[in-house]
Design a binder for this molecule. Sequence first.
Ligand code: SAH
Ligand code: SF4
Ligand code: F3S
Length: 482
Amino acid sequence: MYNEIDFDKIDINAEPPVNEPDRQYYFMAKCREWVWEFERENKRRPTACIQTFGCQMNARDSEKLMGVLKAIGYQEDDSEKADLVIYNTCTVRENANQKVYGRLGFLQTLKRKNPKMKIAICGCMMQEKDEIETIKKSYRFVDIVFGTHNIYQLAELLDRQIQTQKQTIEVWTDTEKIVEDLPNQRKFLFKSGVNIMFGCNNFCSYCIVPYVRGRERSREPGDIISEIEHLAADGVIEIMLLGQNVNSYGKTLEKPITFAQLLQKVEEVEGIERIRFMTPHPKDLSDELIAVMAQSKKICRQIHLPIQSGSTRILKRMNRRYTKEQYLALVEKIRTAMPDISITTDIIVGFPGETEEDFLETLDVVRRVRYDSAFTFIYSKRSGTPAAEMEDQIPEEIVKERFERLLMEVQKISSELTKKALGKTELVLIEEQNIQNPEMVTGRLNNNTVVHLVGGAELIGKIVPVKLTEAKGFYYIGEGCD
Ligand code: SAH
Ligand code: SF4
Ligand code: F3S
């Protein structure tokens, strides 16, 4: 295990090992020497800041990157004035890319003031050839560029950049490798994401993820359980199992296992009190999974079930592989097994060819399912995906108008639903001090709804009973009860 590694015992004058994770331990040991030198010169340790864009996968990757940096001796800093700034990027929609370039310009001005500053950029955007070309041409001040498959190599790339002092680029198009036993630095002490699989094979026609995250690979159940046991021993009580389509977990393993079977194993880990997962694809959500959830004491009563569109015609063009009727039947089945479950979703508006009738089908599903909350997105054209080639792209004004109508409907329903629990006392896992009011803390119900209440930092990481006194649309104000 990583925790047992003694870096001082690694001979950094020898050739680097070929096998992982030993190779990375070797480079971490080498970078530590460099950090000591920095410390001697500057009378302080170097600082590192990671800015994360995008989804939970990226958030977890950033924790792994910070784990490596801490092992090397960096001090965590949340300001972009740090000695090393890493942007972990997302490219799922176009505006995500533009944001990154805007901020890189700002980093350049900081680097002029601190020429020793290092800038690295990684994540999904870096898996696109055009973006790497842009960085090579117009952003020479970026020191390290690496892709989603190269996250585990951070120490090696840092060492290479320090040795060569040149822009260092390492982006693999795909990999079959899963490197275990590397450090990570959790953002929250009491909860953690756990990758169960990487990549995606679904190729929904609008989506860039399969191109930037590669083919689907599942981790061995033994590795996942051992990670969760270590997390539990370290004080974690809530875990979120992560994968682009958790329903296909385990299918390609030498000894296949279903996602539902994995959940049962996770449930047995002592100390874990809440289990969440993201994201199940509606096309292959099994009866077995519903049964396991319904019986479970730890799996949260919440399911994120992205619909994307309510029109069967559009769903076909999206390559989602379910119809409106199949989706509604699935929701029915889930609700019959767990009447109190909260269902959330993702919806895309303005997919090529979407007519007013198609959009009304989406509104119809929203009204029938009554989602607790929904992430609504305006369709964004991603070059390289089949949908980008479709001819009937929808004019912006029409999309915006539909988006507003959808948002109003979603908000209306979600605020009606939150009113239902008003006055009840529910268990809340307190997560952090309230950002706006330091006398308050913020936590989540089992169904993931946010609750703010008066309370101190000593409550963070605890599950406490809270009376829900005010429903504010998609969150509550509550009162702690002793
Ligand atoms: N694997 C998950 C989703 C990952 S991406 C799933 O299948 O549900 C998260 C969400 O981003 C998607 O559910 C979709 O609603 C949205 N999204 C993906 N590509 C998009 C695009 N090109 N334009 C707009 N939204 C998109
Ligand atoms: Fe994208 Fe579809 Fe894969 Fe989700 S399942 S990541 S939407 S291709
Ligand atoms: Fe974005 Fe990559 Fe996640 S494209 S949504 S960060 S998998």
